[in-house]
Write a protein that binds this ligand. Structure first.
Ligand SMILES: NC(=O)c1ccc[n+]([C@@H]2O[C@H](COP(=O)([O-])OP(=O)(O)OC[C@H]3O[C@@H](n4cnc5c(N)ncnc54)[C@H](O)[C@@H]3O)[C@@H](O)[C@H]2O)c1
Length: 255
């Protein structure tokens, strides 16, 4: 993997998967700038404190980022126990807004990695809805679309991870052809991070027990980070628009 001297921005770098990704990328020689609403608890090459739930705050964060960014890892996310409106803004609309701003600063060979989830697995069941939201062209337009097409609280996490996967595959082609920038998703199964307990509340004990019977164990965050690092690297230069499961085989049990 070639990550040496790349400048990589990681959202959600202050905890869990984002923190492990930051640690690994720095060990591989990258300069890592973290963006998070909370202070980091590890060494970074730069940090921007920002709440990525509004376009104004995202624009203010972008203004503090370097002029050249080789890769962007969109790892920050909130669970489905948060209000549906916040889940929409942080897990989908904000990721898209930040990405569209940062790709303007990427050289040819740049990479965007979006962390989706196994809970986005059934995105093909609602393709028309997700494609329709994906065709909105701004944060505000996306919010207006969602006001007219509200998403139920109970399924909001799954819904916006699905939306992220669909937008990623739709947008990846033009980004690659026009700018030589690649965009992909990584879809973890359950991971031992502070958010995991919220997923148990979100899904309910019965579902969690049924899922537990179909997998070996939740992942450690340092088992997900290498897949993100690979997609940032030049070794993945022909990998575009995929949603890569990193879940110990959990998604394979859906077939
Ligand atoms: N842990 C799991 O089981 C699991 C499974 C599948 C997908 N994911 C996804 O992985 C990603 C990382 O989650 P994690 O497990 O490391 O959780 P985590 O809670 O450890 O880390 C999430 C980070 O995102 C930051 N964040 C949240 N909202 C923010 C906002 N509005 N502005 C700025 N920063 C914000 C938090 O401060 C935190 O540092 C999320 O997108 C999550 O949906 C997690």
């Amino acid at each position: 993997m070639s990550l040496h001297s790349k400048t990589i921005v990681i959202t959600g770098a202050s905890s869990g998967i984002g923190a492990e990704t930051a640690r690994l990328l720095r060990l591989q020689g990258a300069q890592v700038i973290g963006v998070d609403r909370n202070e980091p608890m590890l060494t970074l090459d730069g940090f921007v404190k920002a709440d990525l739930s509004t376009p104004e705050a995202i624009d203010a964060a972008v203004a503090q980022l370097p002029a050249r960014i080789d890769a962007l890892c969109n790892v920050a996310g909130v669970p489905g126990t948060s209000p549906a409106d916040l889940v929409a803004r942080v897990n989908f609309l904000g990721v898209r807004h930040l990405t569209e701003a940062v790709v303007q600063r990427m050289p040819a060979g740049g990479s965007v990695v979006n962390v989706s989830s196994i809970l986005g697995y059934f995105h093909r069941d609602r393709l028309d809805v997700h494609k329709s939201l994906a065709t909105t062209t701004s944060f505000a337009e996306g919010q207006a679309w969602l006001a007219a097409n509200p998403v139920a609280q109970k399924i909001c996490y799954e819904h916006f991870k699905e939306a992220l996967i669909v937008w990623t595959s739709m947008r990846a082609g033009s980004l690659f052809r026009e700018r030589d920038v690649r965009m992909n998703c990584v879809a973890p199964g359950p991971v031992f991070t502070p958010i995991l307990g919220e997923f148990v509340t979100q899904l309910g004990l019965e579902r969690v027990q049924a899922d537990a019977a179909r997998m070996k164990r939740p992942a450690y965050a340092d088992e997900v980070a290498p897949a993100i690092a690979f997609l940032c690297s030049d070794a993945a230069r022909w990998v575009v628009g995929i949603n890569l499961p990193v879940d110990g085989g959990f998604a394979a049990t859906y077939l």
